[in-house]
Design a protein around this ligand. Structure first.
Ligand code: GLA
Length: 387
């Protein structure tokens, strides 16, 4: 009996500790778009509607993109009761949400736990519950909560431990406020990877958390961020993801090989795929990069296991992500600016003799015991290797 009781206790404890979010929002890494990388403070109601339209007409929605996220600079003044209002760029947030929803998409918004956001607009400090209620009433589906202004309080605190507590408490406060709002809202933590957020992001309710500083539309920035994610795989899973920042695909600062590297690496990392370009004016080539079904299938794989680096030889790195059907996503990356034909020991990696699909080239191949093909500078060969 005692044994049964303790087994039951164990079961109950395990059930309580089990992540409730696994079935909820962000069971796979969120896919969508965010205004910041391309539009900065130039985002407005018209931009968001045009983006929603383009997400549908370009085929992105059908490829899995769903969130249309407004980043910083939408915030206006609070009214006499302290309710946050949008500024003149967004005349009617509820109507905008209705419009985005009518397209089968979801709307995201941005705030800070501080008094001010990074762009010095109104933050949520001391208005957390009220703001969460407002978001829910507008029909918001996703909140990016950006530390920024709260760093003032943290700096003024007596110790690093006290500063850490201020931050953690602030994230918990908004987690609880979102929950109390009654609307499922994806909770995206943004504090640039400080204090090893991957170790506690889940506990404070994060569905995803930025692991790095801001990306920019250059290979140096994208690759430094992407390849620095080695070792973080064990912290990610359904409902709680590492976020190496939004995509720069289509913004013009990288070539096609580099954007393929960007997409491939993010997919292997089980990273959120939040496009950051102007969807209304993008080229067919950009659409092809963003909507490659093979890449998206890797990113959205149901098992939700993030990939990791398994082999490196100077600028050549092999990253592997295990997939739900027993196959593996394998990225052979060349970080050198010029082409290389490295000798990758596939036998050692357990891959020789396997059937594989070259995802970008859309070709079926059989792997030999070594891989010696030419890989373009800053490029990648992305394979889906059968089990
Ligand atoms: C920070 C974030 C960015 C963006 C800006 C907006 O820099 O990391 O992603 O949200 O703030 O001000």
């Amino acid at each position: 009996m005692a044994l049964v009781r303790s087994a039951l206790a164990l079961f109950v404890t395990a059930a309580l500790a089990a992540p409730l979010y696994a079935q909820g929002p962000a069971a796979t890494p969120p896919m969508g778009w965010n205004s910041w990388n391309h539009f900065r403070d130039k985002v407005d109601d018209k931009t968001i509607r045009a983006t929603a339209d383009a997400m549908v007409s370009s085929g992105m929605r059908d490829a899995g993109y769903v969130y249309v996220n407004i980043d910083d600079t939408w915030e206006g003044e609070r009214d006499a009761q302290g309710n946050i209002q949008a500024n003149s760029k967004f005349p009617d947030m509820k109507a905008l949400a209705d419009y985005v929803h009518s397209k089968g998409l979801k709307l995201g918004i941005y705030s800070s736990p501080g008094a001010k956001t990074c762009a010095k607009y109104e933050g949520s400090l001391n208005h957390e519950e009220q703001d969460a209620r407002t978001y829910a009433a507008w029909g918001i589906d996703y909140l990016k909560y950006d530390l920024c202004g709260l760093r003032e309080q943290m700096k003024a605190s007596p110790s690093p431990e006290a500063a850490h507590k201020i931050m953690v408490d602030a994230y918990i406060k908004m987690r609880d406020a979102l929950k109390a709002s009654g609307r499922p809202i994806v909770y995206s933590l943004c504090q640039y990877g400080n204090d090893a957020v991957w170790e506690w992001g889940t506990e404070v309710g994060g569905n995803l958390w930025r692991t790095t500083g801001d990306i920019s539309d250059k290979y140096a920035s994208m690759s430094a961020i992407g390849f620095s994610q080695a070792g973080l795989a064990r912290f990610a899973g359904p409902g709680h993801w590492n976020d190496p920042d939004m995509l720069e695909v289509g913004n013009g600062g990288m070539n096609t090989e580099e954007y393929r590297t960007h997409m491939s690496l993010w997919a292997i990392l089980a990273a959120p795929l939040l496009a950051g370009n102007d969807l209304a004016t993008m080229t067919p080539e950009t659409v092809a990069l963003l909507t490659n079904r093979g890449v998206i299938a890797i990113d959205q794989d149901k098992a939700g296991r993030q990939g990791d680096r398994v082999w490196a030889e100077g600028p050549v790195e092999v990253w592997i992500r295990p997939l739900a059907d027993g196959s593996k996503a394998v990225g052979i990356f060349n970080r050198h600016p010029g082409p290389l034909s490295p000798t990758v020991d596939l036998a050692k990696l357990g891959l020789s003799g396997k059937k594989a699909r070259d995802v970008w080239e859309a070709k079926e191949i059989t792997l030999a015991s070594t891989y010696k093909e030419r890989i373009p500078g800053h490029g990648v060969v992305l394979l889906r290797v059968a089990k």
